[in-house]
Design a protein. Structure first.
Length: 272
C-alpha cells in the first residue's frame, strides 16, 4: 500500500479529491460510454450474444466495470462508483421501457429475426447479414437433430442469437445433407458424365432438382445461387442401405435417396 494512502480516510473513500461538480461529469461520462457500448454491441452481431440482448449485455459489462474498480483501487471514490452504477441501471430501465413502447427503438436496440432457411434452401445473403458461415448454421441444425436441409421448413436467427427451426412433421423431402459434418466427411460431388438417378442438391444453397430424363450430369446447368456443384439429395444421410436381391441373387439395389454410406443415390458410383 502506498505511503500516501491513509487507511479509512472517509473523505477519500467516498468523495476523493475532486470537486462536487465532478459528479455531474461522471453522469455525462457514464451516459456517453454506456450509449457507445450499446451501439458497438448492436453492430457486433447476434452470433456472440449468447442469449443476451445487446441491452442486457451492455448493462452486464457496465455494472461489472463500475463495480470492480472501487473494490481495490484506493484512488477511486465509492461515491463515484455508486453514481455510475445508479446511472447505468437508470439508463437500462429507461431503454427497457422505450423498447416496450416503441417498435423502432426495439428494432434498433435488439435487431430483428433473420430467416436463414426456407423450404430446405438457405439464404447466402441472410447468412452474411447474420455473420454466420454455412458451417455455423449446419452445426446449429445438427444440434437440433436435423440431418438434411429438406427437413427444414423455416429457420430463423432470433434477436438473442438463438436458432429457431421448424421442420416437417413427417415425410420430409430429400435435401442437402448436413451430417456427417463436412469437415469430417465432405459430401460427394456429382461428376459430369455420371448417370443421374434421383434428385440432386446444390452444394451452395441446398436447392434440389430432379433431372428426370437426363442420361447423365453433364448437362446440368448452374444453380440460381451461382454454384455448379451438386451432391445426391437424401432423406436420411445416416440411413443404412436397403439391399434387394435380384433374379440372380447377387444384385444390390439402393433405395431412392440412400446409398451404402447413407450419402445419397449417386455415392459409390465412382471416385470423387
Amino acid at each position: 500500500m502506498s505511503a500516501e494512502v491513509v487507511p479509512f480516510d472517509w473523505a477519500r473513500i467516498f468523495l476523493g479529491d475532486t470537486p462536487p461538480l465532478f459528479l455531474l461529469e461522471i453522469i455525462f461520462r457514464t451516459t456517453v460510454i454506456f450509449g457507445w457500448l450499446l451501439l458497438l454491441l448492436r453492430f457486433t452481431g447476434k452470433r456472440g450474444l449468447a442469449q443476451l440482448s445487446p441491452l442486457e449485455l451492455a448493462i452486464v459489462i457496465g455494472l461489472g466495470s463500475a463495480a470492480g474498480d472501487p473494490m481495490f483501487y484506493p484512488e477511486v471514490p465509492l461515491l463515484h462508483a455508486m453514481l455510475v452504477l445508479a446511472v447505468v441501471v437508470s439508463l437500462q430501465t429507461l431503454l427497457a421501457r422505450l423498447v416496450i413502447r416503441s417498435e423502432r427503438v426495439e428494432t434498433f436496440v435488439e435487431g430483428v429475426p433473420v430467416e436463414l432457411v426456407r423450404d430446405g434452401v438457405l439464404s447466402g445473403r441472410a447468412l452474411e447479414v447474420s455473420s454466420l458461415s454455412r458451417e455455423d448454421l449446419f452445426e446449429r441444425l445438427r444440434a437440433q437433430g436435423v440431418r438434411q436441409l429438406g427437413e427444414v421448413q423455416r429457420a430463423y436467427f432470433e434477436q438473442d442469437g438463438n436458432l429457431t427451426v421448424f421442420t416437417h412433421a413427417q415425410h420430409a423431402p430429400p435435401g442437402l445433407p448436413v451430417v456427417p459434418p463436412w469437415d469430417l466427411e465432405p459430401p460427394r460431388v456429382v461428376q459430369r458424365g455420371e448417370p443421374v438417378r434421383g434428385p440432386l442438391a446444390c452444394l451452395g444453397c441446398g436447392t434440389t432438382r430432379d433431372p428426370s430424363g437426363q442420361q447423365d450430369a453433364g448437362t446440368l446447368s448452374a444453380c440460381g445461387c451461382g454454384s455448379d456443384r451438386f451432391t445426391p439429395a437424401t432423406t436420411d444421410p445416416l440411413a443404412p442401405p436397403t439391399t434387394v436381391s435380384g433374379a440372380g441373387g447377387d444384385a444390390d439395389d439402393r433405395a431412392p435417396g440412400q446409398d451404402g454410406g447413407g450419402r445419397g443415390p449417386l455415392a459409390g458410383l465412382g471416385p470423387d
